[in-house]
Design a protein around this ligand. Structure first.
Ligand SMILES: Nc1ncnc2c1ncn2[C@@H]1O[C@H](COP(=O)(O)OP(=O)(O)OP(=O)(O)O)[C@@H](O)[C@H]1O
Ligand SMILES: [Mg+2]
Length: 410
């Protein structure tokens, strides 16, 4: 459907494809206006009273309704009320036609859901101008709604793909992390085998030297301890990975210990931070057990930490401090995350939560990290997020969100 309004004078209006319903009891008023409107290409449907008007509105599905105020039976205001409570008709714009020039009545018309009014005697050009305006507004509203839906859909897809990307990073980081303890445990196990061989040799000698035997057994004990500690580290990593992977792939609300989540994230990112001179300090009450969405919190912390590493400390080349401070204040979790990195310029600070804002595009930054964090905090966690920064001193992110608290298990 399209609306072409050239000039009112030339009457080259094309309202083809649109339907108007006129509810009016006076046939004298109807004839002239119907002819006039049909000339513009509008399909005109007429009803002689309120009840009939409601029925026609259901079947003809008009794009707009012209509604007389004073009619026998249910009056225009009542008819409009009915139209506005019915799902099928509530979005159709209603223009009142009234002989009444009383401001009270005009207000009443708006009060029951009318979008406009025209006073009788009706000026044809005025009617047409108002109809065209409201059809235009309707069209724009429909387009706007579609755009909003499209944007919401795109945003959800972006959030989903970022989630998958961070899951990918998590798996890669985890595989790398697991390499060291497993590697050490494998070497230690092969040393155990050699040491076992050495003991057999000692025993097979004619005269067994007790000292040699004890020191060989001690070495076995040390190597077994090394194997065990590395396998324990691997096992802890697997548990932490399992928790993080499950959390990151779901938006589930569950009970968790905030400290453990923070440690899991630091563990997961250890590979990126271990060769840097960045110190990480966590100040969080122990046994802070809450009900919330751990996956969201993990994703936010991961983004903050990666941003500090990449932007604040120049890919980990600079030394500095990351401070994570958590407090529970009147049923809200307050998390303050700060780094002592290079900071964000004042003119950029207002843009960092926007999608695609990045100073790192050339190095693969997408500019979605903080946008996603902001959405997670405000939409999923129903909280607030703000950022402050002083150039060359660092950045502070403050988030707070409501949480359900449960008593620590005894
Ligand atoms: N801790 C920080 N220190 C300095 N600048 C920062 C910090 N965190 C964010 N920024 C600035 O904010 C911008 C936006 O960050 P955001 O995480 O949204 O995108 P990105 O890191 O550039 O890309 P990605 O989508 O890969 O995360 C960054 O490009 C950087 O300029
Ligand atoms: Mg980022």
């Amino acid at each position: 459907m399209s609306i072409v309004v050239e000039t009112l004078e030339t009457r080259t209006l094309s309202l083809k494809g649109y339907t108007i319903l006129i509810i009016e009891d006076n046939p004298n008023n109807l004839g002239v206006i119907v002819d006039y409107l049909e000339e513009t290409g509008l399909k005109v449907v007429v009803a002689r009273n309120g009840e009939m008007g409601l029925k026609r509105a259901q079947f003809a599905k008009p794009d707009i309704i012209l509604l007389d105020v004073i009619m026998p039976g249910i009056d225009g205001f009542e008819t409009c009320r009915h139209l506005k409570v019915d799902e099928k008709t509530q979005d159709i714009p209603v223009i009142f036609m009234t002989a009444l020039d009383d401001p009270e009545d005009k207000l009443k018309g708006f009060g029951v859901g009318g979008v406009d009014y025209i006073t009788k005697p009706i000026q044809h050009e005025e009617v047409l101008a108002r109809i065209t305006t409201h059809l235009n507004i309707c069209d724009l509203t429909i387009k706007l709604k579609a755009k909003v839906e499209e944007l919401t859909q795109t945003r959800n897809e972006l959030i989903q793909s970022e989630k998958m990307a961070s899951l990918g990073r998590l798996v890669a980081g985890f595989a790398h992390e697991l390499n060291t303890p497993i590697g050490v445990a494998v070497s230690a196990a092969s040393i155990l085998e050699e040491r076992h061989q050495a003991i057999i040799q000692i025993i097979e000698q004619e005269e067994v030297d007790e000292e040699d035997l004890i020191s060989a057994l001690d070495r076995i004990k040390e190597t077994a301890a090394l194997t065990l500690s590395n396998l324990r580290r691997a096992s802890n990593l697997v548990s932490s990975f399992k928790r993080t992977a499950i959390d990151q792939s779901s938006d589930e609300i569950r009970q968790f210990d905030v400290n453990i989540i923070i440690k899991d994230i630091i563990n997961t990112l250890n590979n990126q931070f271990k060769r840097t001179m960045i110190e990480i300090k966590v100040n969080c009450p122990s046994q802070l057990i809450i009900y919330s969405i751990p996956g969201a919190l993990e994703q936010i912390l991961t983004n903050f930490m990666m941003n500090s590493l990449i932007h604040g400390f120049e890919e980990g080349k600079n030394q500095g401090l990351i401070n994570i401070d958590v407090q529970l204040l009147s049923d809200k979790l307050h998390l303050e995350y700060s780094d002592t990195g290079k900071g964000i310029q004042p003119d950029m600070l207002s843009k960092i939560f926007e999608p695609f804002f990045t100073t790192h595009r050339a190095h693969g930054g997408s500019g979605l990290g903080l946008y996603i964090c902001y959405n997670l905090v405000t939409n999923q966690l129903k909280g607030q997020m703000a950022c402050e920064s002083t150039i060359n001193e660092g950045v502070t992110f403050r988030i707070n969100f409501p949480v359900e608290i449960s008593l620590p298990k005894s």
